[in-house]
Design a protein around this ligand. Structure first.
Ligand code: ZN
Length: 297
């Protein structure tokens, strides 16, 4: 088994610290640290995020968590093309699942995405402390999942949100919160067109709490965090649970289960037709197709 993994995993990490962690004044800051790759999320980062969140939850001095990304962009999404892309690597799992990396056919991604995408996102959404996403620049596909599991989102006016994966023949990213983050009709437009939704519109549709200039983004985020940090721990935890529960009563959790299955039908369908689970699109091909669609190339 180890031979199989060594042959397939060719990831080379550019950093040992894809996530930075710090605490000040009751606020933990979890900072994605792959700015060279616009904070593309590989498994190394996923597990580092999980570790950082665990730390913040375990520390009684922490009342509120801020999730942010280093550099120009919040997140370019899942890593589909950097040297640190590590989808063939085995990690110690957070859920009771077996290793995906030596499995054939649809099992490979089905198991992997249950663990690192749907499973992790649900786990993070259910953290008992409030989390605020601080979003600048791009928040694309897998990046949406990170912002959407947070309780509040503060965005700079240059931020934009986009899920372009319908181009791959896939009905949106693995954590299918789209029709809960915006109305179903706008969610259809968002997915079917795959275009960038500017922060101003994300505010109008109720996806983000606040839009400020880039220069004010940090202060606005931490001012909000400090305000919430004055509330009692249990009051915050129960409020979060209550609202998440109401969302689940509105079908969020069961909807995601069904869409996750369709998502994986699409991965397997792609592989049957083209030999590639992503329909032949890597990061470069997606960027080029995005530019073409926008009439820029
Ligand atoms: Zn997928």
């Amino acid at each position: 088994m180890s031979d199989f993994i060594e042959r397939h995993d060719q990831s080379v990490y550019e950093t040992e610290t894809p996530v930075l962690y710090s605490v000040a004044d009751g606020i933990a800051t979890v900072r994605m640290n792959r700015s060279e790759f616009n904070n593309a999320q590989n498994s190394q980062m996923t597990y580092a995020l999980d570790e950082a969140f665990k730390r913040a939850i375990s520390d009684d001095a922490v009342k509120v968590i801020v999730l942010r990304g280093e550099g120009k962009h919040f997140s370019a999404g899942h890593d589909i093309g950097t040297p640190g892309r590590d989808i063939n690597k085995e990690f110690e799992r957070a859920q009771l699942l077996w290793d995906h990396s030596n499995k054939p056919g649809g099992e490979f991604l089905y198991v992997r995405e249950q663990e690192v995408y749907l499973g992790m996102c649900r786990r993070w959404r259910e953290m008992p402390k409030p989390v605020i996403a601080m979003v600048q620049g791009a928040c694309i596909a897998g990046g949406l999942m990170l912002a959407w599991v947070c309780d509040l989102i503060v965005a700079s006016d240059d931020a934009f949100f986009q899920d372009p994966v319908v181009r791959m023949g896939i009905p949106g990213v693995e954590y299918f919160a789209h029709p809960y983050e915006m109305s179903p009709r706008i969610a259809k437009e968002f997915l079917m067109c795959g275009e960038r939704m500017p922060a101003s519109r994300a505010y109008e549709v109720g996806m983000v709490n606040k839009v400020v200039s880039r220069a004010e983004l940090e202060q606005a985020t931490y001012t909000l965090a400090a305000r919430i940090a004055q509330q009692p721990r249990m009051g915050l935890a129960l409020t979060k649970q209550a609202i998440n529960h109401v969302e689940d009563l509105a079908g969020k959790r069961t909807a995601m289960d069904a869409v996750f299955a369709w998502h994986h039908f699409a991965h397997v369908h792609n592989e049957l037709l083209s030999g590639d689970k992503l329909g032949g699109y890597d990061a470069k091909a997606m960027a080029l197709a995005n530019k073409r669609a926008a009439g820029e190339a």
